[in-house]
Unconditional design. Structure first.
Length: 311
């Protein structure tokens, strides 16, 4: 048996000859078996010449490339324009970056044909969890979480809240977190009025510390809102325990803001020594999300007072 290719009616066919027979020619391009001179010739049509389809393929590819380029340019212009507007309004760098990510996500959903309605993070309304979920929906979510917890092969490397937390903290707050992770608990003092046996003592100023200065924050005067937000996110704690070195409180008491608070407290003002430190959730957040390579292994255990309980 021999095989060869011949052009027939503008197309290429495969001709296989069995025995001593002459090759048979396919009419109309259909497979045909012909008996000729004690032999059989089989003609099989092959696929049309691919070259003929190249122009159409090129047009499709060019159209897809043009659409992708147009979408990319439009997305970039929109995102940059919105980011510039946020910067002009005086928003923080973290809020500008979070807004740019939300804008890009919104445009991506639209390109996929999703709804125009998105939440503040750019997630389509039909995919975002409903704030007014019914009891049945909440039960289904809880059941799904428990089902996933039983799956041996499924592991969550990071806490799902970490991505959201990154959009809700400022660069200064990120500096504070990294500083607390690297250096452990920091001293803080409350200034109170002094009364016999402490009865009737009033708080003049609380939580005075030097964390913002030591962490290198740009807006030192916003330290209390920063710490309040980090506490709201569950990353740090305001402890009643002291740090191990009492001399660290003397540096705080020498600060002008503390001296002024003592004057307002009247005669013999009383100071209460406290501390501010990351909890275990905050430490994990710093390890996963912030550049803390080379940090001490357990800064919190190193600097806490001996009688402070561990978390």
């Amino acid at each position: 048996m021999t095989s060869r290719h011949e052009p027939i009616d503008g197309e290429v066919v495969a001709v296989r000859t069995v025995g001593t027979n002459l090759p048979a020619v396919a009419s109309g391009g259909l497979a045909e078996v012909s008996d000729r001179m004690h032999g059989v010739a089989e003609v099989v049509r092959t696929a049309p010449v691919v070259v003929a389809a190249v122009p159409a393929i090129a047009r499709v590819a060019a159209s897809m490339a043009w659409r992708a380029t147009t979408w990319s340019v439009s997305t970039s212009v929109t995102t940059v324009s919105n980011a510039g507007g946020r910067a002009m309004r005086g928003e923080s760098a973290g809020m500008v970056a979070a807004g740019a990510v939300a804008d890009f996500r919104t445009l991506a959903w639209r390109a996929l044909g999703m709804t125009e309605s998105t939440d503040r993070r750019g997630v389509p309304a039909e995919l975002a969890p409903s704030a007014n979920a019914t009891e049945t929906e909440l039960h289904a979510r809880g059941h799904n979480l428990l089902r996933r917890s039983n799956e041996v092969g499924v592991t969550d490397d990071t806490h799902p809240a970490f991505a959201r937390i990154l959009t809700e903290i400022t660069p200064d707050e990120a500096r504070i977190l990294r500083f607390l992770y690297m250096n452990g608990p920091q001293p803080a003092i409350d200034v109170r009025t002094n009364r016999p046996l402490g009865i009737g003592s009033q708080l003049v100023s609380g939580g005075l510390n030097m964390i913002a200065e030591l962490a290198g924050c740009q807006n030192v005067e916003r330290i209390h809102p920063y710490l309040t937000n980090l506490f709201r996110l569950g990353l740090l704690e305001f402890s009643k325990e002291k740090v191990s070195n009492p001399q660290r409180y003397q540096l705080i008491e020498a600060q002008p803001v503390v001296i002024e608070a003592m004057k307002q407290a009247g005669r013999w003002p009383r100071t209460v020594q406290r501390s501010i430190h990351l909890n275990s959730f905050g430490e994990e957040f710093c390890r996963v999300c912030l550049p803390v390579e080379g940090a001490p292994g357990s800064a919190r255990q190193r600097t806490l007072a001996p009688n402070e309980p561990t978390l």
